[in-house]
Design a protein around this ligand. Structure first.
Ligand code: SDX
Length: 393
């Protein structure tokens, strides 16, 4: 009771939304998409199959998959005017800043898929977002490093196309390593959706006002950028590089346990997982595969990461707090080995999470009970009082 105001405890409950898309059992480290375990989707399928599953609720038949792949492939180009949009940024702009701006600007280019009351326009917007994010992400990277944009190629699969747009140059033939393309695709699957995390909740809240899907995805990208969320993959690699060698690990473990030190082990802990993040196990296996393929299996960063994980998993503090590696702990090592700068890591997370955002957005929009989100507050400020003239203050 704050004197002039009393509050209804009911308003302080955390509003939960209903969804059929993703299920997480944090205590047992379980992640299901439409009922299918992430381990099986990552092992047996490709990213566009997972996109189809998240959007439409079931695994596609061969014919449905062929049609979906064709439709996504034929939406990968962006309006040529987008090229000019990039040139307004400084070359050293963080690629996530560029992504927030360019994805939000898509609403200005695609007026025929912004009417959220039209199911066809919603479907086209979803396809466009999934198809164009690799192109925009690759353009953000190329602009950042001062190289010319590379157009998508329709004869390549989704992840091969993306890696080629990032790493090909006009002056010579570029062939994407299929092992790296498969690893990229699996990394996209691992990041596709994750229930009501901060950025997905941001997309849902923005969408609940009727804002167009491109603007909602831009809001999700902005939220994902934070180091406590999607920015953790960049922060985790920076942390591993700062630690540098295995003998420095105890110093950082001590800092992570020190309540007076704001330092946290990046890539560790999770609001929901109080067990090992199932995605982190698959990520670690993918890291070993990529480093072996590239001849970097003795990468010092991997040695530091594995030793840090071993120490943390046996430390009473981390055991008591139930802190385990999350998806962001190993992903940076893999992405760096593949040739990406740390500033691109969260861009890749946003590229993959776009399907989760758009699937959750569509699920909300299609719910006839859906109303604008309006979180309530517990007022703890001053009771009502009268104005005091400045002469009397
Ligand atoms: C993602 O929500 C999602 O699903 C997100 C995500 C997705 O796919 O969308 O999974 C992606 O964001 C993964 C998380 C990436 N972030 C990081 O790795 C940053 C480092 N981790 C932390 O900042 C932290 O663990 C959070 C932000 C992830 C969770 O923060 P919470 O909810 O405060 O963690 P908690 O309540 O479980 O913390 C319990 C205790 C706290 O101490 P006490 O207040 O009880 O004394 O553990 C401490 C925390 O201070 N703690 C850590 C820690 N994480 C939590 N201490 C040291 N290092 C850490 N990493």
């Amino acid at each position: 009771n704050t004197g002039a105001f009393t509050y209804d405890p009911g308003f302080t409950s955390t509003a939960a939304c209903e969804s059929k898309i993703t299920y997480i059992d944090g205590d047992n480290g379980v992640l299901l998409h439409r009922g299918y375990p992430i381990e099986q989707l990552a092992e047996h399928g490709d990213f566009l199959e997972t996109c189809y599953l998240l959007l439409y609720g079931d695994l596609p038949t061969a014919a449905q998959k062929k049609d979906f792949d064709h439709r996504v492939t034929h939406h990968t180009m962006v309006h040529e005017q987008m090229n000019k949009f990039f040139s307004g940024f400084r070359r050293d702009a963080h690629p996530m800043a560029v992504m927030v701006g360019t994805v939000g600007a898509l609403s200005a280019f695609y007026h025929d898929s912004t009417d959220i009351t039209d199911p066809h326009q919603r479907m086209v917007a979803s396809l466009r977002m999934i198809a164009k994010m690799p192109t925009i992400a690759a353009m953000a990277y190329k602009y950042h490093i001062g190289q010319p944009f590379v157009y998508p190629q329709n004869d390549l699969d989704y992840s091969t196309n993306f890696l080629r747009m990032c790493f090909a140059v006009p002056c010579e033939e570029y062939k994407v390593n299929p092992v790296l393309a498969r690893a990229m695709d699996r990394i996209f699957i691992l990041h596709a959706d994750h229930e009501q995390n901060a950025s997905t909740s941001t997309v849902r809240l923005a969408g609940s006002s009727g804002a167009n899907p491109f603007a909602c995805i831009a809001a999700g990208i902005a939220c994902l950028w934070g180091p406590a969320h999607g920015g953790a993959n960049e922060a985790a690699l920076n942390m591993l590089q700062e630690i540098g060698t295995v003998d420095k690990i105890p110093e950082y473990i001590a800092r992570a346990k020190d309540k007076n030190d704001p330092f946290r082990l990046m890539g560790f802990g999770h609001r929901v997982y109080k067990n090992y993040d199932p995605r982190a196990k698959i990520m670690q296996k993918t890291t070993h595969e990529v480093l072996a393929e590239l001849g970097h299996k003795d990468d010092p960063l991997l040695q530091v990461a594995m030793e840090l994980e071993k120490i943390a998993l046996t430390d009473p503090y981390f055991i008591e707090k139930k802190l385990y590696p999350n998806i962001d702990f190993y992903s940076g090592i893999t992405l760096k080995a593949m040739g990406f700068p740390t500033t691109m890591f969260t861009v890749l997370f946003a590229l993959a999470r776009t399907v989760g955002w758009i699937a959750q957005w569509a699920e909300m929009i299609e719910d006839p009970q859906q109303r604008i989100g309006r979180p309530r507050q517990l007022y703890t400020g001053e009771p009502q009082r009268d104005y005091v003239p400045v002469s009397k203050r």
